[in-house]
Design a protein around this ligand. Structure first.
Ligand code: ATP
Ligand code: MG
Length: 555
């Protein structure tokens, strides 16, 4: 069990009632992705809900691939989805595929035909749409609606045997063409698709439709509560009709909850695919993507994603969650666990002229200043160091407590230095600083008689390692990239969402990071080694800044 306190929400209340009424002994849920892309943070909500309930109620949750559209689905996505669910911290007994049930589903279709509750329609797709009617007008019956059971059975057998081309016929449930719920106006339940399927190969050339497959697969698996997003609310009547009119072994209860929406990003697979194909990002696991693999590569922890979903909660109200809430969840997690280290992102060389050449001092720096049990590491201080360009100003205002000509600053865990000379190149850029250190202030002893307000981070020029550091920011610069319907959502992309610094200097301990370790670079943010990082080619991704830099902009 992953959660320390059990969450509560309206779905768990329903389950509690069902259990106390003796309706079920074991709670069974499922997470049913279509293997047509990578999972995003919205899916994490459904995963957290379904697997979390199974964990807390000692029940079962199946990972079931809804693989009924062979044209869009790939085995590659199946593997990636399994990896993502596992990474989020969940286990399951059995991976199921809707395609495992193709025989049974076919049997249910034949059963409906025999009961006079399904018919083969030979109208074109366009005509079917036209006959369906609208929200204000009832539909009208297809001329094929009155085919006899025998004829339907024969036609359906021929569809299955491959005697017809794609689109020539479909099988429809015979419900009510005048129903106010359009989903009940004789929905298509089987279509012809002469297409190779990633699991069933060429065994089938007819495939069941989503709504037909979904509820019946739930029943086959003994699902007790089928949890889905609000857009399926209007499909519930069909879900129930199919279970009531077939010999489905049980009748799961469909319950809808609101989707997760996040601002400053997009979440549909269709749009994410566009970003990948258009080269706006470098693949599905680009650390700016809201995909699970993107968040993983960026350095989010599974716990931070789960905590984020728990914070958002499960309701029936549609809303949009602030990106800041997701960012805070990783900040809060790492604040407590990430070792502190020093790294200089935009280096400025400093030569401490009164420090002897070739001499160094070893400093035991705490890995986590507020918790001695996290140990120390040795850092080296010598005559030449790098500091952050931002920590120096040639003409600083009074309140600038960092370095300036003639000013003093303390080096974190080291001594106080005073800037005595500024070296510039021909175009007037500051290239290097010359400083003097004060031996009386070594090892953190208080400087006598003087106040030194600023403490800055640094690395030893002769001991640091060079790295590429990737500073990620929000992928879109507008809260709702889809707000303007007349415009391509990609116009709202944030041109500054990736800033690559190729000559950052890191303290030596970062040359070979602990596997899976996230670090706080002091004063800068939280960082994680990229998947392509290695000896001689160090790459660190910024997971998140120390504070929410967007809060001010949002007002
Ligand atoms: P997309 O619209 O991004 O393609 P989808 O709903 O088509 O997503 P599926 O693979 O069919 O993706 O979804 C698997 C499960 O995840 C479904 O039960 C679906 O309701 C749920 N899900 C998808 N997106 C969200 C979301 N944003 N919030 C909560 N649950 C979601
Ligand atoms: Mg879908």
């Amino acid at each position: 069990m992953l959660a320390t306190t059990k969450p509560t929400n309206f779905i768990r209340q329903i389950i509690d009632q069902d259990l106390s009424a003796g309706k079920h002994d074991v709670i069974v849920t499922r997470f049913p992705p279509e293997p047509n892309g990578y999972l995003h943070i919205g899916h994490a909500k459904s995963i957290w809900l379904n697997f979390g309930i199974a964990d807390d109620y000692n029940g079962k949750c199946t990972l079931r691939f809804d693989d009924t559209n062979p044209v869009k689905e790939q085995a590659e996505f199946v593997t990636a989805i399994e990896q993502d669910v596992r990474w989020l911290g969940y286990q399951w007994e059995r991976t199921a595929h809707a395609s495992d049930y193709f025989d049974q589903l076919h049997g249910f279709a034949v059963e409906l035909i025999e009961k006079g509750l399904a018919y083969v329609d030979s109208l074109t797709a366009e005509k079917i749409r036209e006959y369906r009617g609208t929200l204000t007008e009832p539909g009208k019956d297809s001329p094929y609606r009155s085919r006899s059971s025998d004829e339907n059975r024969e036609m359906f057998a021929k569809m299955r045997a491959g005697e017809f081309a794609d689109g020539e016929h479909v099988l429809r449930a015979k419900i009510d063409m005048a129903s106010p719920n359009i989903n009940l106006r004789d929905p298509v339940i089987y279509r012809i698709r002469h297409h190779h399927h990633q699991r069933t190969d060429n065994a089938w050339c007819i495939y069941p439709m989503y709504d037909f497959t979904h509820g019946l697969s739930d029943a086959i698996e003994g699902v007790t509560h089928s949890l889905c997003t609000l857009e399926f609310e209007d499909h519930r009547a069909l879900y129930d009709w199919l279970l009531d009119n077939t010999s489905a072994p049980c009748h799961p209860q469909q319950i809808e909850f609101s989707r997760l929406n996040l601002n400053y990003t997009v979440m549909s697979k269709r749009m994410l695919t566009q970003l990948v194909e258009n080269g706006n990002v470098q693949g599905w696991d680009d650390p700016r993507m809201p995909t699970i693999c993107g968040l993983r590569r960026r350095g989010f922890t599974p716990a931070s994603v789960r905590n984020f979903i728990a914070t958002v909660g499960i309701t029936k109200r549609d809303n949009v969650i602030e990106m800041g809430v997701l960012e805070n969840s990783i900040r809060e997690d790492l604040e407590l666990i990430a070792p502190r280290v020093m790294a200089v992102l935009r280096p400025l060389k400093v030569v401490i002229e009164n420090y002897p050449e070739g001499e160094y001092e070893q400093i035991e720096a705490p890995n986590y200043p507020r918790d001695a049990s996290m140990g120390t590491r040795t850092i080296t201080l010598g005559r030449e160091i790098y500091i952050e360009q931002d920590d120096f100003m040639e003409h600083p205002p009074d309140k600038f407590f960092r370095l300036g000509p003639g000013r003093e600053v303390r080096l974190r865990y080291g001594f106080v230095i005073r800037c005595t000379e500024v070296i510039k190149n021909q175009s007037g850029e500051v290239m290097e600083l010359r400083c003097q250190y004060d031996p009386d202030t070594r090892r953190g002893r208080p400087p006598e008689g003087r106040k030194v307000k600023g403490i800055i981070h640094w690395v030893s020029a002769n001991h640091c390692v060079e790295a590429e550091v990737r500073l990620y920011d929000r992928l879109f610069s507008e809260a709702n990239p889809q707000a303007d319907k007349g415009r391509d959502f990609k116009q709202a992309l944030n041109p500054g969402s990736l800033n690559i610094l190729s000559h950052s200097k890191l303290e030596a301990s970062l040359a070979s990071p602990e596997p899976d370790a996230r670090y706080q670079f002091e004063r800068l943010g939280y960082f994680y080694a990229d998947k392509n990082s290695g000896a001689g080619n160090l790459i660190y991704n910024r997971i998140v800044t120390l504070r929410d830099t967007w809060a001010r902009i949002a007002g």
